[in-house]
Design a binder for this molecule. Structure first.
Ligand SMILES: Cc1ncc(COP(=O)(O)O)c(C=O)c1O
Length: 390
């Protein structure tokens, strides 16, 4: 007889696996889970193959291959305007996932509270619980007829932060809403930071996908915020390679030191040839600089295509997701509607309610589905045609 006591009794299979499985079963087009259905750049594939053939096949340094840490350093200076020490402050991780988990486990103590902004990425709350912390959920303002976009409620965020708050988790460009940060948001954050000593986890996995000439605004662009911030990102979305699981975190030395202690004993070091290949590729590729324009075309294609369906798209400012309003289809549970669309139209999507702590509650259901447009144009066109037939 085993006597196993679950540390995460409420965690089951994620909605992403559930919808992907259903899509596979029903041969539906999968606009649910966020991954491209096209290959990364050939030059990148060649760079990784070359790294394997040229002998980058043994353990990498615990903190990451030096050439990749240098490339991350250069990219962060250019994009976020902040310089991190490549030896002490930049760590290569197994995807943004491991960077997030190692950071939360390193920084959150038993009894600490961690403020999450809902809808929020599904990893944050369970890992906070695992660390012994308490997730404090603050909802964004949902879209209304007069203002058809999610927006941040800084008064509610300020009210939720107190002396027990260890961490505030931010994720911009935001999955699933596509919202980006503005300078006014950083002003509000600086005001709250002046009153309380919490740390900030800034998950910027979609940092290079912002639309309509918007800048990518990061908390680390402000010195007072950077001093208490862990910047986390990944090459998964940036290089169309979600399966490679190469991410990183940048943080001031005393924070990085603690994160590395967890990284050292959970992962030790990340696979070498992919790090070496990415480092070589970043030196000569324009993929990063052209990514926003590449995805903006796909966003527009999907948005315009949806005009021929009963779904009404909300504007997406960044990421490779957009939300669609489904009120015309007359179903109150987003999850039931997502299942219905997969069965009846053959298109899988993700209910936004899955990004709330109680997905079946009316507070989590705003008639919205998340559609991923990191797909070939032919896939997007086929999905639109199917949805139009509903
Ligand atoms: C907001 C957010 N953070 C982190 C991740 C995980 O990134 P990675 O695949 O690099 O672990 C994802 C992936 O979907 C994401 O959407």
């Amino acid at each position: 007889m085993t006597n196993i006591k679950s540390k995460l009794p409420l965690v089951g299979d994620t909605i992403f696996s559930e919808m992907s499985q259903l899509a596979q079963q029903l041969n539906a087009i999968n606009l649910g889970q966020g991954f491209p259905d096209f290959q990364p750049d050939n030059e990148l594939l060649n760079a990784v193959c070359q790294a394997v053939q040229q002998g980058s096949n043994q353990y990498a340094p615990m903190t990451g291959v030096p050439a990749l840490r240098q490339a991350i350093h250069d990219k962060v200076i250019a994009h976020q305007g902040r310089s991190y020490d490549i030896n002490a402050e930049i760590t290569v991780t197994s995807g943004a996932t491991e960077a997030l988990t190692s950071s939360i486990l390193a920084l959150v103590q038993s009894g600490d509270s961690v403020v999450l902004i809902d809808p929020s990425y599904d990893l944050y709350a369970p890992v906070v619980t695992l660390a012994g912390g308490h997730p404090v959920h603050v909802p964004m303002n949902p879209p209304t007829a007069g203002n058809p976009r999610f927006s941040l409620n800084w008064d509610a965020i300020a009210d939720a932060i107190n002396q027990q708050t260890r961490l505030l988790v931010l994720n911009f460009p935001h999955n699933p809403t596509g919202l980006t940060l503005r300078e006014e948001d950083l002003d509000a954050l600086e005001q709250i930071a002046a009153r309380h000593p919490f740390l900030i986890l800034s998950d910027e996995a979609y940092e290079h996908i912002v639309f309509d000439e918007r800048p990518h605004v990061s908390p680390v662009s402000r010195p007072v915020l950077a001093a208490r911030c862990v910047l986390i990102s990944s090459f998964a979305k940036t290089l169309h390679a979600t399966g490679w699981k190469i991410g990183y975190c940048c943080a001031p030395v005393e924070i990085s030191r603690e994160i590395r202690k967890i990284h050292q004993y959970s992962v030790y070091s990340v696979n070498t040839p992919f790090q070496a290949g990415i480092a070589a590729y970043l030196k000569q590729s324009q993929t990063v600089q052209t990514l926003s324009a590449f995805y903006q075309k796909k966003r527009d294609r999907l948005m315009h295509g949806l005009a021929s369906t009963k779904l009404r798209p909300l504007t997406s400012e960044g990421t490779f997701f957009l939300l669609a309003d489904t009120q015309a289809l007359g179903q109150t549970s987003e999850k039931e509607l997502a299942i219905r669309l997969t069965r009846e139209a053959g298109v899988a999507t993700i209910p936004v309610s899955a990004f709330y702590p109680e997905p079946s509650s009316p507070l989590a259901n705003h008639h919205l589905l998340r559609l991923c447009f990191a797909k070939q144009d032919t896939t997007l066109d086929a999905a639109i045609e199917r949805l139009a037939g509903l």
